[in-house]
Design a protein around this ligand. Sequence first.
Ligand code: NAD
Length: 436
Amino acid sequence: MKLAVVGTGYVGLVTGTCFAETGNQVTCVDIDERKVEKLNNGIIPIYEPGLDVLFHRNVEEGRLKFTTDLVEGIKGAEVIFLALPTPPGEDGSADLKYILKVASDLGPILNQYVVVVDKSTVPVGTAEKVHAHIADNAKVEFDVVSNPEFLREGVAVEDFMKPDRVVIGTRSERAKGVMNRLYAPLVRQGNPVIFMDERSAEMTKYAANAFLATKITFMNEIANLCERVGANVDDIRRGIGTDSRIGKRFLFAGIGYGGSCFPKDVQALAKTAQDYQYDFKVLKSVMQVNYSQKTKLIPQIVEHFDGNLRGKTIAVWGLAFKPYTDDIREAPALDNIKALLEAGAKVTAYDPEAMENVRNILGNQITYAHTSYAALDDADALVIMTEWPLFRTPDFDKMNLLLKNKVIFDGRNVYEVDQMRELGYTYYSIGREAVN
Ligand code: NAD
């Protein structure tokens, strides 16, 4: 099939590349000229494991193209995906300006039946709005389908190629046929393509993200309570995660969720509830708890240094909002670095993939180390913000020589408490006994 993907970010580039991999002819459109130039020169602007192999193969074989020109990009396309940003507006609702702008632009340039697919995460009722914006100027028939994306950054290619399920919101039989054909190669193992109406599909995406954010937050509150009652949250996790009704995943306590999706999607769902005069109490609590959870270690750090961080150097391991990505949107590391700087500390940071993105925001307010060990040189303490596997089994002898003090604040429970006690570290983590 011939496809167009409008918006070539984390979702659009993975969508375009993976659909090219299943034999489709894909053109990705983006207004960011530098991004398109990079892509046309074979440079992938994001870090996503496994994407490079598929990207290069499909570009070389002529199935994957990039342009800034919407007219050229959608020429002959049977399906047009909208993978555009939906950032939070001032009132917390998802800002639809990117989506509706492209919808308006599409109307006059469509010249055959096409299925326009909302891949972005958009509030209930958006498919109708997109339809209306296109219809304003369209001379041909078209359908607007809601097809929310559930991929996770860091494993996006795998998630896309083998989705647990595909959700498609449409009441058009014609669009259903097109979407079934497109997704058939990805669901050969029998994972379901679930059809529903557009509003339910839009709501499904928010419900999924809000539920996962709630699960994380619930566990973080259990962790906070564990600290007070003298229990170990890791044991609780194992104790409840083995219950098949609960499941093992998303039970790791830490310094809260971040990223480009959970914070904004929880906020947007809360705003939808408010718009419909529904008091969604759980979501309000999730947002509040996560907000304070992110910088939960800061008071402990300040207290450890007798209330004064001036002149102290803090090493930070991990900047991305989670491992295997360079994405730093809403990353807890940023809130913590800001708090440390405000308290007068100097920060030396290391992340395997996200340092360039942080440099674009923080510039030389902090120092960027070339290796994880270089970040420790003469530091008064180490703070761990992202659980990159690299940090899990470091050379502690080497660390001891570099760090001024054997002090670790672990926001992701990367080490075992007993192990740190044996190594003679002062060790603070989440939901477990402090060693000091
Ligand atoms: P992104 O910011 O990485 O990418 C969006 C792209 O759209 C950018 O490259 C931008 O230049 C481009 N763009 C903006 N206006 C444009 C226009 N008028 N024409 C063409 N291109 C334009 O965003 P993302 O992370 O890929 O997210 C896109 C959507 O998918 C959001 O709604 C998000 O909530 C949703 N989503 C994201 C993820 C994820 O893990 N990132 C997962 C599922 C769903």
